[in-house]
Ligand binder design. Sequence first.
Ligand code: HEM
Length: 135
Amino acid sequence: MQISADTRTFYERIGGETVLRRLVICFYRQMDTLAETRPIRAMHAPDLGSAEEKLFMFLSGWMGGPSLYIEKYGHPRLRMRHLPFAIDESALDQWMMCMKNALSEVVDDEALRNELVFALHGVADFMRNQPESQN
Ligand code: HEM
């Protein structure tokens, strides 16, 4: 991958709050409708509203915008908060599928999309908490 010369934050480049909100709405719509992501949808509460708001608040700070999640809830401790859910490689792939589809719908800039996929994959990989099978 080419190193980007753009020094603006992800938050600025994506288009701030308005576009980030659209991204998160689209992300959970994917999770709610794709057959492939049924296993991770089932881990979530029936109403996705709270997850949507929390992901929006977290990503705002993670992308270099306002630290909404930390201001409200303190340190995210994301890996610890995900421990109740069995996150293996398949769950990771499902999460990334929702995110890639949402990015394709909401973000026009292909370079930005690729950088976000790369960076978010790192965060998602950190959430894995299941040993992989030895096949
Ligand atoms: C790797 C696959 C992942 C799976 C299967 C997964 C699954 C979940 C589930 C089941 C919840 C609880 C939702 C509810 O209360 O209904 C949750 C919460 C959350 N997830 Fe994930 N997640 C993944 C990756 C990520 C990543 C990569 C991020 C950040 C970029 C993230 C950010 C969050 C946040 C901020 C919350 C809310 C935490 C809170 O309770 O305050 N997740 N996730």
